[in-house]
Design a protein. Structure first.
Length: 617
């Protein structure tokens, strides 16, 4: 850990000389020839003089540079008199504040950052010297500011720049002046300091989990467990191990059923398997046996779990403190989406998120519109891939427009064209990449929630398939829930509109509400059981390295918002398409680069061509 600057206590004549020198910096001497001012402030003495000198611009202090001026102004207003201590020791308020600082580790912070050695300085004849009093005063002030800032997430002040451009979040940190004004005037500074910690229910559950994990490191009680190796146990089996299993799963039994693997045992095993992120089949096979015998589901040591929980707590510090009465939370590592209103979960389902090379970014924005039977307007990054695919844009089922007019893509010199001036879109329909529903919460990433015709992908356990948007398994049900909340139940029939309503039907929400795209690898359920998810994008690891001060080891990666590189469009030949024998594997099939002078040939039978004919294009 970085060593915090401190003042070095001085004694005797050296202390007197040093203080005098510091006071000259803070309060330059007035010329003997100058007339005394009637408004001159009285000379500072005692701890006030030392505090004033310590806050002079040329003196090294333990305060952050951004806080230094605010601290100096705060003390200047009170003529540099101490707030927290006097020569007899800390005040009652100071003791309350110090007690809360002592609990910093429980909140996932580093306790060493809030050590207060000066408050424990032994007194000579029941009193501190002026220097010792000033030391204790400013040390506590610095620790209070540090605690408030870190509670709000200042340890990683700019995640977007220092961790990844995909993390579009930044901690909201209260300025030093406001913190000092609030804490110094409070009769309960401990409670006020705690209020700077996040209060979302999931954060508080993680805090409790952290305490549980640290407790388990110190004492692991003996639990009766079944053997790590043994036969598969299923409904109908009888054995002495079933009796042990019942005891481990807290199931009661009669003498007749004690050794019987019945439906009650199967139900309890299924619940256990789901909590351990196993397939809930109710059968005790090798994997279930190993975990029942005490193995961790993910093979992690307790120390690794502690680090994961602290990293997740840090990520919550960047989240909005008010998540919204109605809100949607997408959790990328869990591949899940949850709609909550008035603390009640109204919808929960599976989602598909971006690949590692086209990640879904983390951010919060208000949902404002739901589009039924949408068209798909393709972003520039995908336009490039489509142009390099070796097939005409039209043959891939897309239409090209410029200034409201339909354009033949084979007649455009893409090497010189302004790609952003052209709109590529896929008409509405069952084969549309967005499916039948799209949820818009405008953001700089051009990311939204939507339907998809690729239903089978939801059966995968690790669903990293999109170009960055979030695909929802049951989007019509989600849309119906949202409209029922926003307007009134049944006021709008989504199922009917996606069948017979107009194309690209934009429905504006009466009350926009926030959508939070988050990244939490640890989640505590309503039952208090924690689930640990794979760190699919590496964000948890980045946070852990940052908190350890290992910034140079963080793989920040590319800036995904950088301008799209269109330089390769010079390889697209005007009025031509390529053969399929020269693909660029970096784009991946079917987006490989092909080079040939073969003319484009209308296929007449593609989905795109049929849609265009049906629409009269």
């Amino acid at each position: 850990m970085k060593t915090l600057p401190r003042w070095i206590p001085l004694n005797g004549q050296r202390a007197v000389m040093a203080i005098a020198a510091l006071m000259l910096v803070a309060h330059p001497a007035v010329s003997q020839d100058a007339a005394p001012s009637e408004t001159s402030a009285p000379a500072l003495t005692g701890p006030a003089a030392i505090i004033s000198a310590r806050l002079a611009p040329t003196v090294v202090t333990p305060f952050d540079e951004a806080d230094r001026d605010a601290v100096a102004a705060f003390y200047s207003k009170r003529e540099f008199r101490p707030v927290w201590v006097d020569e007899r020791g800390p005040t009652h308020a100071a003791r309350l504040a110090a007690t809360e600082l002592g609990h910093a580790g429980e909140w996932g912070l580093d306790p060493a950052a809030f050590a207060l050695p000066s408050l424990s300085t032994p007194m000579s004849q029941g009193r501190w010297t002026d220097v010792e009093t000033a030391d204790a005063e400013l040390e506590l002030t610095a620790a209070i500011l540090r605690y408030a800032h870190q509670a709000q997430g200042s340890r990683i002040a700019d995640p977007t720049t220092t961790l990844s451009s995909y993390i579009d979040r930044a901690p909201v940190v209260t300025n030093a002046a406001d913190i000092l004004a609030a804490v110094s005037s409070s009769t309960t500074p401990d409670a006020l300091l705690r209020a700077y910690q996040p209060q979302q229910s999931q954060f508080l559950k993680l805090k409790a989990l952290l305490a549980e994990l640290r407790g388990s490191e110190r004492s692991t009680p003996d639990i009766t467990r079944i053997a790590r190796r043994g036969p598969t146990l299923n409904v109908g089996d009888r054995s002495a191990e079933v009796a042990l299993l019942r005891k481990q799963l807290s199931l009661s039994a009669t003498p007749e059923t004690e050794q019987l693997f019945d439906s009650d045992v199967a139900k309890a095993v299924k619940a256990f398997q789901r909590k351990a992120s196993l397939r809930g089949d109710g059968i005790v096979g090798p994997k279930t046996r190993a975990i029942l015998a005490g193995d961790r589901p993910d093979g992690r040591k307790t120390a690794d779990r502690v680090a994961a929980v602290i990293a997740n707590m840090e990520a919550w510090r960047w989240m909005p403190r008010d998540m919204g009465e109605t809100n949607i939370l997408v959790n990328i590592p869990a591949f899940s989406i949850r709609l909550t209103s008035k603390n009640e979960t109204l919808f929960e389902d599976r989602v598909i998120v971006g690949t590692n090379s086209t990640q879904t970014p983390l951010f919060s924005k208000d949902m404002k519109t739901i589009v039924l039977r949408p068209v798909w307007n393709i972003p520039d990054s995908i336009k490039v891939a489509k142009l390099l695919s070796g097939r005409s844009i039209e043959s891939q089922g897309y239409t090209v427009m410029r200034n409201g007019r339909k354009i033949d893509s084979s007649r455009v010199n893409w090497a010189k064209a302004n790609l952003s001036a052209y709109t590529f879109y896929q008409p509405s329909g069952d084969d549309n990449a967005l499916g039948l529903v799209k949820f818009l919460f405008p953001n700089k990433h051009a990311v939204y929630l939507h339907d998809t015709p690729s239903r089978s992908l939801f059966n995968s356990s690790e669903r990293l398939y999109s170009h960055g948007c979030v695909r929802v398994r049951n989007p019509q049900k989600l849309a119906q829930r949202i409209f029922d909340i926003d307007r009134s139940e049944g006021a709008l029939n989504v199922a009917h509109l996606v069948r017979k309503g107009p194309m690209n039907d934009e429905e504006t929400l009466v009350k926009p509400f926030p959508v939070h795209v988050g990244y939490f690898t640890v989640w505590v359920g309503k039952d208090g059981e924690a689930q640990y998810f794979k760190d699919v994008y590496g964000h948890q690891r980045r946070i852990e390295l940052a908190l350890a001060g290992k910034w140079q080891k963080i793989d920040v990666g590319k800036d995904h918002l950088a301008a799209v590189d269109t330089s390769r469009l010079k390889e697209v030949r005007l009025g031509s398409r390529g053969s399929s024998d020269s693909r660029d594997s970096s784009l991946g099939a079917p987006m490989g680069l092909t080079k040939s002078n073969v003319q484009y040939r209308p296929r007449k039978d593609t989905v795109g061509d049929m849609i265009q004919r049906a629409l009269g294009f």
